[in-house]
Write a protein that binds this ligand. Structure first.
Ligand SMILES: [Zn+2]
Length: 817
């Protein structure tokens, strides 16, 4: 198909100056299915509409304020002063070379909101930011405050010349990728070219510098590929698409870039040869790369990209996806683990990776028109993605684990982060959620998500179709759609029948329902039942649609138990609870004594759902009888039947920190009875200095699997080479004669080692006196170091240690007898 727009693009390719680039030229080739843009969808439901509004009125202004108060906006101002040769005080490079992106991302989010909700004050504020960005751009288009502020002393990750450290950590192209996403959004929202022109100047610099007959380059942190694809869509200038493909094709083990061969940046193989989300590969980078590959595949018709993406998707869906839709299991490298490595407590599941997972799965749907991708997208969206932002929109999770003691830093939401990628990603994603509901091709329409909304869909034959949905999804499964074509028209409407309603949580053998449900999905057109004819997960409704026709879908929502593939060690002997698209978690405030990790959920114990309008902004909770397990004084397990309550996983940690658990043990072999109180566990623990970690991890009776077990430990990092102490104050004097210490040591990934030396003291009145022992104070790893001493009756013990020079120290567990 050759359109006038395509002709214009072709003509433009040869002659257009950057500032005259063709705008809005439809690409000659694109995704076979097109999303119905969020600007054409009005959401008025009880679930998303308030979230999108909170994002607009709270999170976006909040994130802009953080960009100001943390110096991220000032970086542009300082870079501009440096360019103009004006004196300024602080010449130090920004803390991270990617801090610029936090401004770009929130501009992108703000732009999306401006597209549907004019706000002159917000628009003026964004205009002001864009002026600051423009002033920080170097004359040839280069834009990167980490160098421009003081080119003689750039950020150490940046290298002393442009681009030379891009292959791992300079993030020059990463910054530009986010700039492009923001620029496209801002241009489409406001029709102003201010940010777009800044972006095009940088893209033209890239085009002049890199390419098949110029220098090679690929981004150490991906996203520029997606960004360039957007610039191509906006301008019709094929140079940007070619550059995106060039960067993807240059990536790999044979390139001369610094990260060549490194799986951390997904450069272990050429992208077309990749077969899996590689172990040790940074998850956010991977998700952005796959999304960029999908864009380039759609825009160029490159089938090799699609084959690679299909293989990688199979690997993730079958082996590397948490039940919450979270990806990137390992904290170490923020990376994918091995196949079936899906831990709960230590699950990393970065919020950005969840956002990226949805970008990618949505694109896979647009390529293949298969609902299995929307199943993953929906699972992530309703669980492991929106868990990343608090209900009030002002605190965030970077990590989204599936179990918590409540003692770790990561168990509470934070208003911001030193590396602040996640809040900005939330602002832009939440603002665009309505764009994921519908899609269209020719005379076919897809209904992918169930959200009370109305959409004006432009069909390819210049006809229009309005679809309205009324539903209380995700709490109820009844969905009524009203179809209003501009005139009677023969169309196919694809209504997604979610995998969870077809006994298939994910289209793989990674998860399965452990129970059965007799409830059946029903579908009616104009009140008459129609048989469910499924194609790629959709019920196809082909007929002549007339204004006012109705579709009634009923998706029964019993509470279901889900089991994981037996190869997932962390979930063996356990089930997760789901109802509709929502994954549940038991959390401390709703359960007896604030304990949930000692619960056991017997198979077959009845479960019921209850809507609680006042709880967590209105949620359906799951309730039932569980068994609380505890060790008694003799070390035997005591069992107590208890009513338990589970809340939607996404809503956890909105009421302070404490225990949380998604996967419930179903037998005692996999359960974790509450430990019997000991002289150590009942002691009040204090430590020397101000620390990031809660010292209550030292006596929490959490049994370490090894010295580097990340589950629950204390360390004094970043202090190194110092002497430190821990004290136990007993509630009443006790006679003690033995201690066992399990050291924390993260050799291979951190800076904590066993100490150089340590000793024990006991409290005698107001004094600390060394205990008398003839045994050595051991510093073995991966084991308890036992020290027996002459019995003392005392109100407290003190452990003093001296770190090894240049290393820190930490403790997994300190037991006393
Ligand atoms: Zn992040």
């Amino acid at each position: 198909m050759k359109s006038i727009a395509a002709e214009a693009v072709l003509a433009c390719l040869a002659t257009c100056q950057p500032s005259l680039a063709q705008t809005g030229g439809a690409p000659r080739r694109d995704y076979p299915v097109k999303p119905v843009p969020f600007t054409a969808v009005h959401v008025h439901d009880g679930f998303w509409a308030p979230r999108i509004e909170t994002n607009r009125t709270v999170t976006i202004p909040f994130a802009f304020r953080k960009d100001e108060t943390t110096g991220r906006v000032d970086n542009f101002i300082r870079a501009a002063k440096a360019l103009r040769g004006e004196p300024f005080d602080n010449h130090r490079y920004p803390p991270y070379p990617f801090d610029d992106t936090d401004v770009y991302k929130v501009i992108e989010g703000a732009s999306y909101t401006l597209s549907v909700h004019p706000d002159p004050q917000l628009e003026a504020y964004v205009d002001g930011l864009i002026e600051k960005i423009a002033a920080a751009q170097e004359p040839d288009g280069y834009l990167y405050t980490a160098r421009t502020i003081d080119p003689a002393h750039p950020h150490p990750w940046s290298g002393n010349q442009r681009w030379i450290l891009e292959g791992v950590n300079s993030h020059e192209l990463y910054d530009l990728g986010h700039l492009y996403e923001a620029a496209a959004a801002h241009y489409q929202a406001t029709q102003k070219r201010t940010l777009l022109d800044i972006a095009l100047r940088t893209a033209n610099l890239l085009d002049r510098t890199f390419g098949p007959d110029k220098r090679a380059i690929w981004p150490g942190h991906q996203i520029v590929e997606m960004g360039l694809a957007k610039l191509y869509r906006v301008t019709g200038d094929e140079r940007y698409l070619s550059l995106a493909k060039f960067m993807l094709d240059s990536r790999g083990p044979d390139s001369s870039e610094q990260g060549a061969g490194n799986p951390y940046v997904e450069a272990h193989q050429k992208v077309v040869d990749q077969t899996e989300a590689v172990t040790g590969g940074h998850a956010v980078r991977a998700m952005y790369m796959y999304s960029g590959m999908a864009d380039v595949a759609a825009l160029t018709g490159d089938a090799a990209y699609v084959r690679a993406l299909d293989r990688i998707w199979e690997n993730v869906a079958a082996k590397k996806l948490h039940i919450t839709g979270g990806v990137g299991a390992r904290a170490d490298g923020e990376a994918f683990g091995g196949d079936y490595e899906l831990p709960n407590m230590s699950a990393y599941n970065e919020t950005c990776a969840a956002v990226g997972n949805d970008y990618w799965n949505h694109r896979m749907f647009l390529l293949h028109a298969d609902a299995k991708y929307i199943d993953v997208m929906e699972r992530t969206l309703y669980n492991g993605l929106i868990s990343g932002v608090s209900l009030d929109g002002t605190t965030f999770f970077y990590q989204n684990p599936l179990e918590a003691t409540g003692l770790a830093d990561k168990d509470q939401r934070s208003p911001w982060f030193g590396v602040a990628c996640c809040p900005g990603n939330i602002t832009r994603f939440m603002a665009s959620v309505p764009g994921y509901i519908y899609a269209q091709r020719g005379d076919a329409v897809w209904v992918n998500l169930f959200v009370a909304s109305s959409a004006d869909i432009k069909l390819d034959n210049a006809r229009t179709l309005q679809i309205a949905q009324e539903t209380r999804y995700p709490w109820e499964g009844a969905v009524k759609m009203t179809v209003n074509p501009d005139a009677a028209a023969r169309l196919t409407i694809h209504v997604r029948i979610p995998g969870w309603a077809r006994n298939e949580p994910v289209a793989s053998d990674l998860y399965r329902f452990a129970d059965t449900s007799a409830a059946r999905v029903t579908l009616k057109v104009n009140g008459r039942p129609v048989p469910l004819k499924l194609d790629k997960g959709y019920a196809l409704l082909t007929r002549t649609w007339r204004p006012g026709d109705t579709i009634e879908l009923n998706l029964p929502m019993p509470v279901r138990r889900v089991a994981a593939n037996d190869r997932v060690a962390a979930d063996r002997g356990r089930v997760a609870l789901e109802r509709g698209p929502i994954v549940y978690a038991a959390e401390w405030p709703d359960n007896p004594k604030g304990q949930v990790r000692n619960l056991l959920l017997p198979d077959g114990a009845p479960l019921r759902a209850e809507f609680k309008p006042a709880l967590l902004k209105g949620v359906v909770v799951v309730r039932g009888k569980a068994i609380a397990l505890a060790y008694d004084a003799q070390g035997k397990i005591a069992r107590t039947a208890e009513e338990f309550t589970a809340i939607p996983y996404y809503a956890w940690a909105n009421r302070g920190r404490g225990q949380m658990m998604v996967w419930f043990p179903t037998d005692e072999a996999h359960a974790k009875p509450q430990p019997y109180p000991t002289v150590a566990s009942t002691a009040k623990v204090t430590v020397s200095g101000q620390n990031r970690r809660d010292p209550r991890t030292i006596n929490d009776e959490e049994e370490p699997a090894s010295s580097d077990d990340p589950t629950s430990y204390f360390d004094w990092w970043p202090r190194k080479g110092t002497s430190e102490w821990v004290e136990y104050a007993f509630p009443k004097p006790a006679t003690v004669s033995q201690c066992r210490v399990y050291w924390f040591d993260d050799t291979g990934r951190g800076e904590v080692r066993v100490p150089a030396a340590w000793r024990l003291l006991y409290r005698d009145g107001s004094e600390w006196k060394p205990v008398r022992t003839r045994e050595p104070y051991g510093v073995e790893k991966d084991a308890y170091n036992r020290v027996a001493f002459d019995p003392v009756s005392t109100s407290g013990l003190r452990l003093e240690l001296t770190m090894q020079p240049n290393w820190s120290a930490g403790i997994q567990q300190w037991r006393v007898k």
